[in-house]
Design a binder for this molecule. Structure first.
Ligand code: ZN
Length: 428
């Protein structure tokens, strides 16, 4: 009897649970499928709770469903930015040294609006690739996941793994200034030190590992044309991360540093500014993604004119912008895997959509540009089963624009509807 009662109770609670899950139906005038590279019309998307249940033409609409009519709009999967820095505080302070004027809690609380505007601009997922103060990104991700604050799904690096004084280090102070632990967290100067940092980051909740293979533009005393980590150190990072199932992305501007990182087996090259023909061939051969932030040069130059960018950064940046864009064009033409990453934080948060038009200007079709920020980005993140397209079983992450972004890609700068996890965050 007890047994029967138990199963009756289990059955009852199942019905209570399933009826509690909200059913939402979206009527999509046009729906973009980046997996197939196609667009279909008059689609019905049925969402139960936070997951997509069905997508088809003429699907019957359940009577209890909440209906959202986007029949005059184009619906796309939620966008994914594979290169952001949401947890570094407010944008527009110019010199990274401003980080020293704030406590870690001030910085992370000032990052709350960054997360919100990113989501509201249509990016439902980001791969956040490093913070000045280690683990601020972990705190921001967890606050979003708990529902305490509004923001995209974040997959975070936890910290930069960098050589001392390198691209990911806080530099520019007098040599006798001792920084607090969180500014020095990821410094490593041998393969074994790299492994130690990977282990620490895994323990502290990193979703992926960021290594700095060459110098940087926006770091004092760093040269983007210089190699920093050795091949042995990069291989140690990839191998150690693999033990824990994590992918590695490598910041690299210089051609040699790009090739070192590809050969070491990283999942993506960030920036890939000075990639040469051999690097392009290697990326293609290894299936390495290039995550090229070809828009943010506009912001560096613009803010440079206003005197907001340190002189040495502008010096690093000189000429690199145009070469970067031409190399992007070459890589697209060669058929290398490309993902969408903007280095959000260099330009103001919430403006990442501006990069789409530049990607099309420099050789992509509008569909390729959309794929770079949806299906390809999900593949790079290792989360194709959950995000990247509007398919049954995936999270209900979608956006809509009025008009046809395949005719005018700049429409993605003005996203009018945002849903994440089945919940609407924006509807104009
Ligand atoms: Zn970056």
């Amino acid at each position: 009897m007890k047994k029967i009662l138990g199963s009756v109770f289990a059955l009852a609670s199942f019905f209570v649970f399933s009826s509690a899950a909200q059913i939402t139906v979206i009527k999509a005038g046009r729906l973009v499928d980046p997996d197939a590279g196609s667009v279909s019309t008059d689609q019905v998307v049925v969402i139960r709770g936070n997951k997509i249940e069905a997508v088809r033409k003429n699907l019957p609409i359940p009577s209890e469903a909440k209906v959202i009519d986007l029949s005059r709009m184009t619906v796309l999967p939620g966008l994914i930015d594979c290169h952001t820095h949401l947890a570094d505080g407010a944008h527009g302070e110019g010199d990274p040294m401003f980080q020293l004027k704030k406590s870690a809690s001030q910085t992370v609380l000032e990052s709350v609006p960054n997360a919100r505007v990113t989501l509201e601009s249509g990016f439902t997922t980001v791969r956040d690739v490093g913070v000045y103060r280690a683990l601020n990104d972990v705190a921001l991700r967890d606050a979003i996941n708990r529902g305490d604050i509004i923001g995209p799904r974040m997959y975070v690096a936890g910290a930069y793994i960098t050589i001392t004084g390198g691209a990911g280090a806080m530099t520019g102070m007098a040599p006798d200034i001792q920084l607090p632990w969180d500014f020095r967290y990821g410094e490593a100067n041998s393969p074994w030190e790299v492994r130690e940092k990977v282990r620490l980051l895994v323990h502290n909740g990193a979703d992926h590992i960021k290594v700095l293979s060459t110098g940087a533009v926006l770091t004092h005393g760093s040269n983007p044309k210089a190699v920093e980590f050795t091949p042995e150190e990069l291989e140690a990072a990839v191998d150690e991360a693999k033990h824990f199932g994590l992918p590695v992305e490598a910041h690299a501007h210089a051609a040699e540093g790009i090739k070192n990182a590809i050969r070491a087996g990283v999942a993506s090259i960030e920036h890939a500014t000075l990639i040469d023909d051999e690097g392009i061939a290697l990326a293609k051969q290894h299936g390495t993604y290039l995550d090229m932030d070809i828009y943010d040069e506009e912001c560096i130059q613009e803010e440079g004119k206003l005197g907001k960018v340190p002189k040495d950064f502008l010096e690093h940046d000189r000429e690199l912008g145009q070469i970067h864009r031409e190399n992007f064009r070459k890589a697209v033409k060669a058929g290398v895997k490309m993902s969408f990453g903007t280095d959000a934080g260099v330009c103001a948060y919430g403006t990442a959509g501006k990069q789409f038009a530049f990607m099309v200007k420099y050789g992509m079709t509008p569909m390729q540009a959309i794929q770079s920020a949806t299906s390809s980005a999900a593949d790079l993140l290792g989360h194709s089963k959950e995000i990247g397209s509007i398919k049954p079983g995936k999270y209900a992450d979608m956006i809509a624009v009025s008009g046809d972004p395949l005719q005018d890609i700049s429409l993605l700068e003005n996203v009018q509807f945002v849903m994440k996890d089945g919940k609407v965050y924006k509807q104009k």
